[in-house]
Design a binder for this molecule. Structure first.
Ligand code: SAM
Ligand code: SF4
Ligand code: F3S
Length: 443
């Protein structure tokens, strides 16, 4: 009997990468498994969850209420909850939502095929949450069509030892573990053989990657970047998220020497106020952060920066907030994210007074969003009339436009009659910027 699997993913790119892995594990474990796009039409529902903010958890709980109704009709439906909420809440979730059959931790997803078999046999709820703190072995994705177009993410390290005062991730992803360099290289070689030409290295703090080669030689992030750059088929290298504190001298050298590293860096700063950064336990100040930015601009004058910002952190006053606005104006961050502070149990900040009203938090969020939008348009307008090399990512049927990304990560739309441009790097002249979208023509 075929089993139809529906998988829903919330959260960061690492969760998306993990969902692809789950699908690969399942499809390679049995020919009976099939992936479907419809929740109603499924036999097994897998929910890969995020708990970084309360809002993410609320979305999951609403979704579980919908599944509850489906399970009333389809009582054989198997519901699996994995990811960060699973790891954080553990068996408590069985009490809260009786419909969940299997709870599986972030470091245990490889077991999912086995857990399903066990559940079908014994009909008993299963909890499998254990920090293995072991390096994960190579996973070669199979059958998951979306992976094999032109670019993909690849996790190189997982977990976090930094314990910023607001963040739940160290509790849901465990201690920092870096994958073996040879494993990463062999996975990238495999992906290149399937047509991948752009790789996006993933990690909670990707630039704190540190491992050892089989000859016992140390392999830090810059060493790994050099190894990857030597792979012929790889044309572009991206990575996310970097932590300012791990932005060491050798990484600057990579920007100098490795032309495949793109002209875009996502470097979350969180706040423009040294006082707030200190309470957030970020371990750097704004001068240190700006020094990274200006050094990189010296090496790569066209580089654009992105960041994450938290507004309404406990005790953030108007002056602290103004400093954040000033920083955004000065650096002119491009594509960035801003979040309202959300107290998370277990974290240090949870025990501080959440003293900024929601109205004020929303006002600050809106102000930053407005400024970021202005920056976004500023950079887009600057690109009009320039010639850009873009990697074609896709095609929108709605208005027959192709789209692709420039070397600085900006998206450009263009028309073309030729087929099969997807995955190719082509030259485009940007001709205008309409409603926040860049349009170009092929040269
Ligand atoms: N490791 C990355 C770093 O240190 O910059 C960030 C990883 S975290 C999963 C992604 C973003 O979520 C953070 O940069 C932060 O802005 C935001 N975030 C984390 N905890 C939060 C909280 N409690 N409330 C609001 N935003 C939060
Ligand atoms: Fe969270 Fe800080 Fe670790 Fe980033 S560095 S994942 S914000 S604890
Ligand atoms: Fe969310 Fe976990 Fe990622 S909490 S942001 S899915 S590491």
């Amino acid at each position: 009997m075929y089993k139809k699997i529906y998988i829903k993913t919330w959260g960061c790119q690492m969760n998306k990468y993990d969902s692809n892995k789950i699908v690969s594990y399942l499809l390679s474990s049995s020919k009976k498994y099939h992936l479907v796009n419809s929740l109603l039409n499924s036999d097994i529902i897998i929910l890969n969850t995020c708990s970084v903010r309360k809002k993410a958890e609320d979305k999951l709980f609403n979704y579980l209420n919908i599944i509850k109704k489906i399970k009333q009709i389809k009582n054989k439906l198997i519901v699996i909850l994995c990811g960060c909420v699973a790891t954080k809440e553990k068996e408590k979730l069985f009490n809260k939502f009786n419909i969940i059959d299997i709870i599986c931790g972030t470091q245990n997803i490889k077991n999912i095929p086995l857990l399903i078999k066990k559940f079908i046999k014994n009909k008993k709820k299963i909890l499998n949450i254990k920090f293995i703190n072991k390096i994960k072995k190579n996973v070669n994705f199979i059958n998951n069509k979306n992976n094999f177009i032109y670019n993909t993410f690849i996790t190189i390290m997982e977990g976090c030892n930094k314990f910023c005062s607001y963040c739940i991730v160290p509790y849901t992803r465990g201690k920092q573990i870096s994958r073996l360099p040879e494993d990463i290289i062999s996975e990238i070689n495999y992906l290149v053989s399937k047509g991948i030409c752009e790789i996006n290295l993933l990690g909670q703090n990707v630039n704190s990657y540190c491992s050892y080669l089989s000859n016992k030689k140390k392999c830090n992030f810059s060493y790994l970047l050099n190894l990857i750059s030597e792979i012929n088929g790889i044309k572009r290298i991206k990575f996310t998220s970097s932590h300012p504190i791990n932005f060491t001298k050798d990484i600057f050298l990579c920007y100098k020497n490795i032309s495949k590293i793109v002209d875009y860096l996502h470097l979350p700063v969180q706040s423009g106020s040294d006082r707030i950064l200190n309470i957030m336990r970020r371990n750097y100040n704004i001068d240190y952060y700006k020094n990274i930015i200006y050094k990189l601009l010296d090496i790569r004058p066209n580089i654009l920066f992105g960041s994450d910002f938290i507004v309404g952190f406990p005790s953030e006053n108007k002056y602290d907030f103004k400093l954040t606005l000033n920083l955004i104006k000065e650096i002119k961050f491009d594509n960035s994210y801003v979040f309202i502070y959300s107290p998370r149990e277990k974290t240090k900040a949870f025990y501080m007074k959440d003293d900024i009203s929601i109205l004020e938090k929303k006002k600050r969020l809106y102000k930053i969003q407005k400024l970021l939008n202005k920056n976004y348009i500023y950079w887009s307008k600057k690109m009009v009339n320039s010639i850009q090399k873009i990697l074609v990512e896709g095609y929108t049927k709605r208005n027959n436009y192709y789209y692709g990304r420039c070397f600085n990560n900006k998206i450009v739309y263009f028309k073309n009659n030729e087929n099969n441009l997807i995955g190719k790097i082509i030259n485009i002249k940007i001709i205008n910027n309409k409603k926040n979208l860049l349009y170009g023509i092929i040269l």
